[in-house]
Design a protein around this ligand. Structure first.
Ligand code: AMP
Length: 284
């Protein structure tokens, strides 16, 4: 596995690979890798001739009050894991090269970032879209893989790629969970044992929402009420939002009469966790 830290070297590598007709698959991450990340890499390995992984804790997607400084980092462990799944290039640039002091261009995807996490994190998706656009320009991937765990992020990137006529295919991949249902996340390491236990209600309440929908409940208000009740019965949790929306527009809906995503964000102590469930309606 090659480790590349320079933007120029990464571009040269990708230009050469493209000239040799190699298909580049790309998995962007912020590191502190877990099985969720590895599942994207394994699929990337299947989809491309060359697999590029980036590890970059992107400062512009954190607000000043968020955890940028203390976001978990372990480059040595990440490198070993990346090598283990067959990553060809690990791209790990320095922040000062990605954002030189005179940097002033940002990408804002307006509609799909308005609700859900965009409400409590108003500049987050601008940071995400900007860094992903930069990484796409540098890595020049044919295909890029993102987790459905960050569903709004996936939709934002898909919208950006469409709007800006970019050539990268963006694939969404299923959420990988711990054995007890907790969605894997680098931020889970912040959880104390009692918080870790309380966090299981996220998945449990989503399972309940799924059950209701599969039983034929179409009224979004009733589903939300039931999910809220379950979450509120857990004293260590504080709800940020629970929404049910269309999976492309992320606009809230009132009735389930097609595909829908049930998305929630919850504070467990100081840790903000997100999770979701995508309902795919039977095709008529
Ligand atoms: P992050 O390092 O948290 O920015 O995540 C990098 C990529 O991994 C994003 O596309 C995430 O959606 C994806 N990802 C994170 N956690 C999971 C998970 N539990 N299952 C599937 N994909 C995930």
């Amino acid at each position: 596995m090659d480790v590349i830290t320079s933007v120029h070297q990464m571009k040269v590598f990708s230009a050469r690979a493209r000239a040799m007709n190699k298909k580049i698959a790309f998995v962007p991450t912020m590191g502190f890798l877990h099985e969720g990340h590895l599942s994207l890499m394994r699929e990337g390995k299947r989809r491309g001739d060359i697999l590029v992984l980036s590890i970059f804790v992107n400062p512009t997607q954190f607000s000043p009050s968020e955890d940028f400084e203390k976001y978990p980092r372990d480059f040595a462990r990440d490198s070993r894991m990346a090598e283990g799944v067959g990553v060809d290039v690990l791209f790990a640039p320095e922040a000062r090269e990605i954002y030189p002091p005179d940097h002033q261009t940002f990408i804002r995807v307006t509609e799909v970032t308005r609700g859900l996490c965009g409400k409590s994190r108003p500049t987050h998706f601008q940071g995400v879209a900007t860094v992903v656009a930069m990484l796409f320009n540098i890595v020049m991937p044919h295909v890029a893989l993102f987790g459905e765990k960050d569903f709004q992020q996936l939709v934002t990137i898909q919208q950006m790629v469409k709007d800006l006529h970019m050539d990268t295919e963006v694939l969404g991949m299923p959420i990988i969970r711990e054995g007890d249902g907790l969605a894997m996340s680098s931020r889970n390491t912040y959880l104390k044992p009692d918080e870790r236990k309380a966090a299981l209600s996220l998945h449990r309440s989503l399972k309940r929402a799924e059950e209701l929908i599969l039983q034929g409940e179409q009224r979004v208000a009733s589903i939300i009420e039931e999910v809220k009740k379950m979450l509120q019965s857990e004293s260590l949790l504080r709800m940020d939002y629970i929404h049910i929306c269309g999976p492309r527009t992320l606009q809230e809906i009132e009735r389930i009469d097609g595909d829908a995503v049930v998305a929630l964000a919850v504070y467990v102590g100081k840790v903000r966790l997100i999770d979701n469930f995508v309902y795919r309606a039977p095709r008529k």
